[in-house]
Ligand binder design. Structure first.
Ligand code: CAO
Length: 624
C-alpha cells in the first residue's frame, strides 16, 4: 500500500485553469484512466484522468479552484509499493489531446500584415496575453489609423509565447506582433489581400465580384449587409461569408448605390462569382496603386486577388468594416451565431465600441437571468411590425441610419421594454434664477463661458440626488440588490447631426457653475464632432434632457438604464401665477421627471421634484 499524490499533468501550457467538476469522492475506488476532475480554460474543457488505479483518500481541491500543471489535486491509496508518480508518469497520463499538442509545436513569428499602406498606426488594444490559447481567426490586436479600426486576426491556432508590443505603440506593415507556439507545421506569417480595387475618377457602373477567398470554394453567405438602393461608402461591408475555417467580410470597393444583388443569405459562392452591381460615384481612389487614367472597369473585383492563398480571415477582418455597423471580429460573430444572438442588440464594451466575446456571453447571461426572474427578454414575445412597401403609396427614398441612431434605437427599445416608467410633472418658478443668471452673464463671458440654465439644473439635480439618495442607485443585475452610488455623475443629452449622445459630467456636486458651463461646452462640442470617447459617456447616475432652447411644454423622457431616473426640461415661459392675492407674471420652467418604478415610488418622486423645484425657485438654497 502506498499513498500517491496525483498532480495536474501538462495541460498545454494553460495556467490557473478552473476546476468545474470533481468526478469522485473520498473513498471511491478508481481505475487508471477514470476521470478525476474536469478543468475548463477559456478555450477548452478537459478531463483529468487518474494515472493509477487506487482508492481516493483525500481531495486537495474543490470546484471553483484554479490549478496549473503540477498542482496537487488528489491523494490515492494504491496497491503498488511506493510507486512514485513521476513527471514521466504524469505526462503519460495527460489527456491525449494535450500530449499530442505538446509533441509537435513550433514557434511562429507574427508580423503586422498589409494594412492598406497606412504607416505608424496606433495599437489601441492587445486582445491576448502570454499563455493564451488562440484559435485561427481570433483577434490578436486592434489597430486604428485615422481612417479605420482593424483587427489583426491570428493566422494559426496556438499558444501566445511572447508579445512584442503594447497598447499605445505605433506599428506599420512588417512590425513584429507576437510569437505563437503552434501545433502545426504552418510557418507562414499572415498574408493579407491587397487593398480594394478602386474605381476611376469618372464614375460608372461595375459588377461586384467575389475575390480570392483563400482558395475556399462554395462558401456560405451568412449575412447580406446591404439592400438594393442602399448607398454604401467605400469599405462598407457588402456581405459576410463563412467557410469551415473563417468568417470574412467583403467590403465594397467603391462608394455608390447598389443597383442589384443576385445572391442572398444561404447561397454559396466562390471566387469570381458576380454578387451584384453598383453605380459608383467615381471618387478619387485612396490606394496608391489605383490607375485614375484608365476607363472604369466593366467588372471590378470586390477585393483584388491575393498573392497567397490561406488568408481570407486576415484580409476580411483587416477590412475593418463592421457588418451591419456592428464592430466585431469574425470570432465574435461566429460565437454570436452559434448562440443565436443578434449582435446589434449587444452593448459593446471595447474601445471605440468594439464588441468582445465576453460582451456576447454577458448579453446571453443577462437575458437568461432575466428570464429566470420572470422578466421579459428584450423583444421577447412582442410581435414585430410588418414590413411595408411604402413605394406603393408614393415616391420614397431609403436613407441608411447612422450607427448612433441604430444604437440609440436599440437602447431605447431595451429601456422602454425593461423599465416600468412613470413620469411626473412640475413647473419651477425660475424668475429669480433668471435674474441672477442674466446678472452673471457678463462675468461669465469674461471667464470665457456661456451661462445657460443648464449648469443651474445640473447643480440643483446633484443636490436633489444627495437629498433623495434612492434616485442615485442602479438595480443590481442579480435582481436581489440595489447599488447605492456615493458619487454624483450626471449625463446630459446632446442633439448631434449623427444622433442623440449622452456625455457624462463627473462629480457635479463638487463643481462650480462656471466649471460646469465650461465642461458642458467641451463635451457638447466633442459630441457634435464625433470625438467622444466611450469613457466620456459612461458612469452616469442620472440624465438631464433639455429641450429648453427648442420649445415644447413637456415630454416623457425614457430612463437611460442602468440609471433609474431622467429629468426632461422644456422651455420656460412667463405665466400668470396666483400669489394668494393676485396673479403675478412669473417665469415658469416645465420639469418632467421619468423614473423606474421598480426602484422608485411615486412619493419619492414627488419629494424629489418638489425639492428640485424649490432649489430652482430659490438658488440661494443650493448653498445650504
Ligand atoms: N427655457 C428657456 N430658455 C432656455 C432653456 C429653457 N429651459 N434652456 C436653454 N435656454 C436658452 C439658453 O439660455 C440659451 O439662450 P441665451 O443664450 O439667451 O442664454 C438658448 O436657449 C440656447 O441654449 P443652448 O441649447 O445653446 O444651451 P443649453 O445649455 O441649454 O443646452 C445642450 C446645451 C447641449 C443640452 C443643447 O444644445 C442640446 O443639445 N439640447 C438638446 C437635447 C436633446 O436632444 N434632448 C432630447 C433627448 S430625448 O430625444
Amino acid at each position: 500500500m502506498a499513498i500517491e499524490t496525483i498532480k495536474v499533468p501538462d495541460i498545454g501550457g494553460s495556467e490557473n485553469v478552473d476546476i468545474i467538476e470533481i468526478c469522485v469522492a473520498v473513498g471511491d475506488v478508481v481505475s487508471a484512466e477514470d476521470s478525476l476532475l474536469v478543468l475548463e480554460s477559456d478555450k477548452a474543457s478537459m478531463d483529468i484522468p487518474s494515472p493509477l488505479a487506487g482508492k481516493v483518500t483525500n481531495i486537495l481541491v474543490k470546484e471553483g479552484d484554479q490549478v496549473s500543471q503540477g498542482s496537487p489535486i488528489f491523494e490515492l491509496e494504491t496497491s503498488a509499493k511506493g510507486s512514485d508518480v513521476s513527471e514521466k508518469d504524469e505526462k503519460e497520463a495527460a489527456p491525449e489531446a494535450v500530449s499530442t499538442a505538446a509533441s509537435s509545436t513550433q514557434d511562429l513569428a507574427i508580423t503586422v500584415p498589409d494594412i492598406g499602406g497606412s504607416e505608424n498606426v496606433d495599437v489601441i488594444e492587445v486582445c491576448v496575453k502570454v499563455g493564451d490559447q488562440v484559435t485561427e481567426g481570433d483577434s490578436l490586436v486592434v489597430l486604428e489609423s485615422d481612417k479605420a479600426s482593424m483587427e489583426v486576426p491570428s493566422p494559426a491556432t496556438g499558444v501566445v509565447v511572447s508579445i512584442a508590443l503594447k497598447e499605445g505603440d505605433k506599428v506599420s506593415e512588417g512590425s513584429a506582433l507576437m510569437v505563437l507556439s503552434t501545433a502545426t507545421s504552418s510557418s507562414a506569417t499572415p498574408e493579407v489581400l491587397a487593398a480594394p480595387a478602386m474605381p476611376s475618377a469618372a464614375g460608372g457602373e461595375a459588377d461586384l465580384i467575389v475575390p480570392d477567398i483563400g482558395g475556399s470554394e462554395n462558401v456560405d453567405i451568412i449575412e447580406v449587409c446591404v439592400a438594393v438602393g442602399d448607398q454604401v461608402a467605400e469599405g462598407d461591408s457588402l456581405m459576410v461569408l463563412e467557410s469551415d475555417k473563417a468568417s470574412m467580410e467583403l467590403p465594397s470597393p467603391f462608394s455608390g448605390k447598389i443597383l442589384s444583388l443576385v445572391v442572398k443569405a444561404g447561397d454559396k459562392v466562390s471566387k469570381g462569382h458576380v454578387i451584384g452591381r453598383i453605380q459608383h460615384s467615381g471618387q478619387a481612389p485612396a490606394a496608391p496603386q489605383a490607375k485614375t487614367e484608365s476607363a472604369p472597369p466593366e467588372s471590378a473585383p470586390v477585393v483584388a486577388p491575393s498573392t497567397q492563398a490561406p488568408v481570407a480571415a486576415s484580409s476580411a477582418a483587416l477590412a475593418g468594416t463592421p457588418s451591419k455597423d456592428v464592430y466585431a471580429g469574425p470570432a465574435v460573430r461566429k460565437l454570436a451565431r452559434q448562440m443565436g444572438v443578434d449582435l446589434s442588440e449587444v452593448p459593446p464594451s471595447g474601445p471605440r465600441g468594439r464588441m468582445s466575446k465576453d460582451d456576447v456571453r454577458g448579453f446571453v447571461k443577462g437575458v437568461m437571468t432575466q428570464r429566470a426572474q420572470g422578466g421579459v427578454a428584450v423583444g421577447g414575445g412582442i410581435p414585430s411590425i410588418p414590413a411595408v412597401d411604402f413605394a406603393q403609396f408614393g415616391e420614397i427614398e431609403t436613407v441608411k441610419m447612422s450607427k448612433i441612431k441604430k444604437l440609440t434605437a436599440a437602447n431605447m427599445t431595451r429601456n422602454w421594454l425593461n423599465i416600468p416608467h412613470v413620469t411626473q410633472f412640475d413647473d419651477a418658478d425660475i424668475s429669480e434664477l433668471e435674474s441672477f443668471r442674466k446678472s452673471m452673464k457678463a462675468e461669465a463671458e469674461k471667464a470665457g463661458v456661456r451661462l445657460t440654465p443648464l449648469p443651474f439644473l445640473l447643480k440643483a439635480c446633484a443636490a436633489a440626488l444627495k437629498a433623495e439618495p434612492n434616485f442615485n442607485v442602479s438595480l443590481h443585475a442579480d435582481g436581489e440588490h440595489i447599488v447605492q452610488k456615493k458619487y454624483v455623475h450626471i449625463g446630459m443629452a446632446v442633439d448631434t447631426p449623427a444622433g442623440l449622445m449622452v456625455p457624462v459630467i463627473r462629480d457635479v456636486d463638487r463643481k462650480g457653475l462656471f466649471e460646469l458651463a465650461e465642461e458642458m461646452v467641451v463635451l457638447a462640442t466633442k459630441a457634435r464632432e464625433g470625438k467622444l470617447m466611450p469613457r466620456d459617456m459612461q458612469g452616469g447616475c442620472f440624465t438631464i434632457s433639455s429641450l429648453g432652447a427648442i420649445g415644447g411644454t413637456g415630454f416623457t423622457p425614457i430612463v437611460n438604464a442602468p440609471e433609474v431616473a431622467i429629468l426632461g426640461v422644456s422651455r420656460a415661459e412667463t405665466k400668470p401665477f396666483w400669489d394668494g392675492k393676485a396673479f403675478v407674471p412669473r417665469l415658469m420652467m416645465p420639469l418632467c421627471l421619468s423614473y423606474d418604478h421598480r426602484a422608485i415610488n411615486g412619493s419619492d418622486a414627488g419629494r424629489f421634484l418638489t425639492y428640485l423645484s424649490g432649489l430652482l425657485s430659490d438658488v440661494r438654497r443650493l448653498l445650504l
